[in-house]
Design a protein around this ligand. Sequence first.
Ligand SMILES: C[S@@+](CC[C@H](N)C(=O)[O-])C[C@H]1O[C@@H](n2cnc3c(N)ncnc32)[C@H](O)[C@@H]1O
Length: 241
Amino acid sequence: MAKRWYQEHQRDPWRRQAKNSGYRARSAFKLKQIQDKYNLIRQGDSVLDIGCHPGGWTQVAIEVVGMDGKVVGVDLRTTEPIPGAALMVGDVMDPLILDSVLDENDGNAFNSVISDISPNLTGRYDTDQAISLELSTMALDVAVKILAPGGSFVTKAFQGTGIELLVKACKDRFSFVRRFSPIASRNASSEVYVVCKNKKPNGSISDTSPMVEIRSGLEKIGVLSMEQDDTDESVVGFRRL
Ligand SMILES: C[S@@+](CC[C@H](N)C(=O)[O-])C[C@H]1O[C@@H](n2cnc3c(N)ncnc32)[C@H](O)[C@@H]1O
């Protein structure tokens, strides 16, 4: 197993290229390819990078926004400092973290939210796909709250149950939505990025959060039960798939 992992890493051209270019992660090239195709981030933009560790996407975002822009990164894990970025440790769904994110941008709405958020993979596809859908929905919740009208959003998702609901929730809130698989995603990977541009004005979009909408969509297609179990635990996402 270790030998196979080592051989795959040795063969991975994006990993080599990331190392040669000074990027902290091969995923930097995924954002570069998204950016080349969709011009998601512009010079001078304020950008929130959700799930920023170890910092590849943050590095790319800083290059694009330049000196007049602002990049804030959040992750559960500590990210080594990156010149020009404000990096925070915490859960992006924590309201206190969101307050700090907005403080970093002087209380102003952001132009772009980029999310490569991903769970610790268990190797069981259904479980990983369900948790990933929940995390992407969380990222969309955050984006809807903090983006200015006209703002852009991208999030990672895995093909499977519920992805149509995520895309629909995006289409209801952004006037341009596409699915994109960067060539830097591994060949066999079922990961896809949902790329959204031009957030609709607040008055024209539903007040219901994407999390609530997608949860009820999953219930309708019979993959999620909303019945309370006997524990008193409040349900934040929809992990009881
Ligand atoms: C694939 S990595 C991101 C790689 C990064 N885009 C880069 O280029 O370096 C996904 C990250 O999402 C983070 N993450 C998962 N759940 C999170 C949460 N609730 N809040 C913040 N970050 C989270 C993980 O800790 C992990 O570091």
